[in-house]
Design a binder for this molecule. Sequence first.
Ligand SMILES: NCc1[nH]cc(CCC(=O)O)c1CC(=O)O
Length: 309
Amino acid sequence: MQMKPYRIGTRGSPLALAQAYETRDRLMAAHGLPEDAFEIVVLSSKGDRITDRALSEIGGKGLFTEEIEEQLSGGQLDLAVHSSKDMATALPEGLGLVAFLEREDPRDAFISPVAQRLMDLPQNAVVGSSSLRRQALIRRLRPDIEVIIFRGQVDTRLRKLEAGEVHATLLAYAGLKRLGKQDIITDLFDPESFPPAPGQGAICIEARLDDTRVAELLAPIDHAETHSALLCERAFLGSLDGSCRTPIAGHARVFGDRMSFYGMILTPDGTVWHEVRSEGPTSDAEAMGLAAGAEARAKAGPGFFDSWA
Ligand SMILES: NCc1[nH]cc(CCC(=O)O)c1CC(=O)O
């Protein structure tokens, strides 16, 4: 009997496709299923179609997932593959991030034809990035640097760098690795002085929460340590009401049944920042993230989040 294939939704960028195929391959291996047990369904998104404005300006993370999530809710898709970093903390009713693949190195990469490291860039250099977090972290370390908006797919950004529009750009190591482009990296940032975005480097799989068949399908590819880290980081983001206008960094690490968390919130100009650190059992992952968020808010004081809104 021929079973209907599982329909896997993804965006069409090379990075999104690489992640969708990686997930499919892992599912095939975990269950001994043939390729035609899966169908990869490519959907475009508003976020992909609008590339000339900063994400924070056009409405944020949901723009990339709206169409995919509608089809997931409607039953036209069975699962969707995303970069965890791109996922809003509040998902549509009935959907959830059911599984996380083992996380890739979550660090940010520095790429430049003119300098080995961020600190080696010439005075008043120009760096391309559209991430508020990277912009704030860059300016925290190098207030002289001008950061210009740099959106679009990884390839587009690298072409702009090659064309000399900027002295350097920053991208996630994980994305470059998945595209086979890690060779162009000039330096990797230390997660203590340049903490990654919550979720960076982790592929997540979204599904309907009541779909027990898909839950069983995904169980063997869910990576427990990554899952705990992501619960913590996403709780931190959620408790800060991770609006796209707030630079927020957060990085959880799991060691057996214990975990640590390091988070930072900054003003977009990088002149003010607040750090939080915590440690606890992995069973408290979510509570730890929430507590870290509350602590960061308390340190920042009232008005921090709306002083530049
Ligand atoms: N917002 C784009 C995006 N979403 C996830 C990644 C990288 C892959 C990952 O973090 O898993 C990237 C590109 C980048 O930041 O360089």
